[in-house]
Structures are given as C-alpha cells and as structure tokens.
Design a protein around this ligand. Structure first.
Ligand code: C5P
Length: 325
C-alpha cells in the first residue's frame, strides 16, 4: 500500500492481489488448510482515509468508489462487484477496534477515529480486498494514534484478523505459508501485466476450501519463485498453478467457462486467483492486456479490466518492513 499524509488526516491506498501459485499441503485440526502460495500485489486499489478523534469511538463510512473517483486504477462499473458488509462487520472497523482494545485502552487513552473507505476491489473475488483494507487499517491506526507499534506486533494483529492480512503489510510479492500468515518477501525482476475477469457471482472461501482435494504429492513453489526473480514472463506463465480451481469449478460453472474462453485467447497463461471467483490471464505488456480486456468485455462473461503488478516506493510505505533500507 502507499500513503500520503495531511496534518491529521492520513490517506492510504490498499492494493488487490493475485495468487500466481497456490498449493494446499494439508487440512489442519483447527479447520484451516496448510498453504504454499505466491501472492503479488496489483494496481487495483481501495482508498482509505483516517483522522483521530478523542471520543474513543470508531466511525466507518464505506462505499463503492464512483466513476468520478480520482484514483488512477481501474474501476468496475458493472453489476457483480459485491456487497459491502455492515460497518461493524467490516474488517477495517474490526482492525481499528482491535488496535484500540489492545493498545489504547490498556494505556488508559481514549482515542477514536473517523475512517472512510472507497472500495474498488470486488468482494468474494479471490483478490484479498477485505484483507488488504484490514492491513491498511492497522497501519493507519498505528500512525494516526502515534502508537509506534513494531512490525512484528502489527503482523500478529493482522494474523488475528485473517489468513491473508499479514501479506498486505508488505508491499511486494511474497511467499505465504502456514494458513497464509507466515510471509517471506520474494524479489520480482519485472512488471507483470494481466487481464482479469470478475464474473457476476462471488465465491465463499470457506466452501471452496471444503471441496478441495488434498494432493498426495503437492506441487512446490520453488520454480515459480525462481522464474519471478530471474526468469521471463513465459517462464512465470508455465508455472502458474492454483489447487483451489477445480473445487471452484465444481461449484460455479462460470469458472469452467472462463477457463475455456481464456484457452482460446492469445494469453501467456491463465488461471483463477485465490478461492475465486476472479479469473486472470498473464499478458505480454500493457497494450496486450488492454486489448484483451476489450475483447473479453464484448463476451458478456463479467467485468474485464487490465492491471499491472504494483510497485510502491519505500518513501510511500505506511510502515517500515523487515529488511527495508
Ligand atoms: O482466514 P480467513 O478468515 O480469511 O479464512 C476464511 C475461511 O477460509 C476460513 O474460515 C477457512 O474455512 C478457509 N481457510 C482455510 N485455510 C486457510 C485459509 C482460509 O481453510 N489457509
């Protein structure tokens, strides 16, 4: 994510992600699944602003971004971008409340916040929108309340909020293991370009995991990590993988239909992201991605748009990350 600050109001952009590789290693006793997944932040952003108050309450105003929004990222104007949860169920609200309860109340300080969220990242799409907003909210709370919480503490709070939330504290591609919360940044030598389709329906993460068969011999992320760090787009493309896709196909015919359509397109490679329902193609460059978005939009499969991998300058990051210099 990246950030700009006013005197008291802080503004931050929260990116979406794509899973370039996702293997399920096993089912755990706590109901979660052990994962090996490579995630990449992309240039589709939600916008958050936060300012401190001294009344101890959190007020969240959330809405879908309107076409007049000035953020330079694609905007989904069609149906099917998803429902916004009630304010108190929203992970942004829960993130602020968690920081307030664990770090303000024990210090005897009664701090509150007014938080605004403009959403562009579709929900139930496998793009991590809610998790990214939650990670950004943790960092905003830390910043506007001057708590100076170290990265390790934010990472713990993030894991409490959701499996994908710790990844979004970083601003780079990462290998995520455990249930997703054990995060290792991975270098990526080039910008990658994608065309993404958001079909009308979303998919429930829990249901997709429930229907996933655990492989006897899991695939390994080593090869795609090497390709991302030192290889070509074609080498990355050859190693795209998502174990959750067949479970999603069994629940939602649109994923199978998207796979068939992408197979006939001139893309480097293609697959579903995360637990779906978004489906993406890896493209050769920005023009190629834009051209395919136009082609796909004419096929009435959902909302198609072009994006590229996100790069956030260190000076614009909301908190210092391990190994950052
Ligand atoms: O952690 P999060 O709240 O995002 O997970 C949502 C649901 O997805 C979990 O309740 C669980 O059913 C499933 N899940 C899983 N294994 C993971 C991550 C999520 O089974 N590693």
């Amino acid at each position: 994510m990246y950030v700009t600050s006013g005197r008291t109001r802080v503004k931050a952009w929260a990116p979406a992600k794509l899973n370039l590789f996702l293997e399920v290693l096993g089912r755990r006793d706590d109901g979660f699944h052990e994962l090996d997944t490579l995630m990449l932040p992309i240039g589709l952003w939600d916008l958050l602003t936060a300012e401190p108050t001294d009344d101890g309450s959190i007020q969240l105003h959330a809405e879908w971004a309107m076409p007049s929004g000035r953020i330079d990222s694609p905007l989904l104007t069609d149906r099917g971008i998803g429902q916004l949860p009630d304010a108190e169920q929203n992970l942004v609200y829960r993130a602020f409340e968690l920081v307030r309860k664990t770090h303000c109340e024990p210090r005897g300080v009664s701090l509150g916040a007014v938080v605004r969220l403009w959403k562009r990242i579709p929900s139930e799409a496998g793009m991590g929108g809610g998790s990214s907003d939650a990670a950004t909210a943790l960092m905003l709370a830390n910043r506007i309340w001057n708590l100076h919480l170290p990265f390790a503490e934010l990472a713990q709070l993030a894991a409490h909020l959701g499996s994908d939330v710790p990844f979004f504290l970083y601003s780079s591609s990462c290998l995520c293991r455990g249930r997703g919360e054990i995060v290792t940044p991975v270098s990526s030598c080039q910008s990658l370009f994608f065309v993404i389709v958001k079909p009308p329906l979303g998919l429930s993460t829990a249901k997709v995991f429930q229907h996933t068969e655990i492989p006897r011999t899991p695939n390994d992320s080593g090869a795609i990590i090497n390709a991302l760090s030192n290889g070509t787009v074609d080498q990355v493309g050859k190693r795209l993988f998502n174990r959750l896709q067949s479970a999603a196909v069994s629940q939602y015919e649109s994923i199978a239909q998207l796979a068939r359509v992408f197979k006939r397109l001139d893309v480097v490679s293609h697959q579903m992201t995360g637990s779906g329902s978004c489906y993406f193609g890896l493209c050769r460059n920005a023009k190629h991605a834009r051209h395919l978005a136009q082609t796909l939009n004419s096929k009435n499969l959902g909302n198609a748009f072009a994006v590229q991998s996100a790069r956030v300058p260190i000076s614009r990051r909301l908190c210092e990350q391990p190994g950052q210099n």
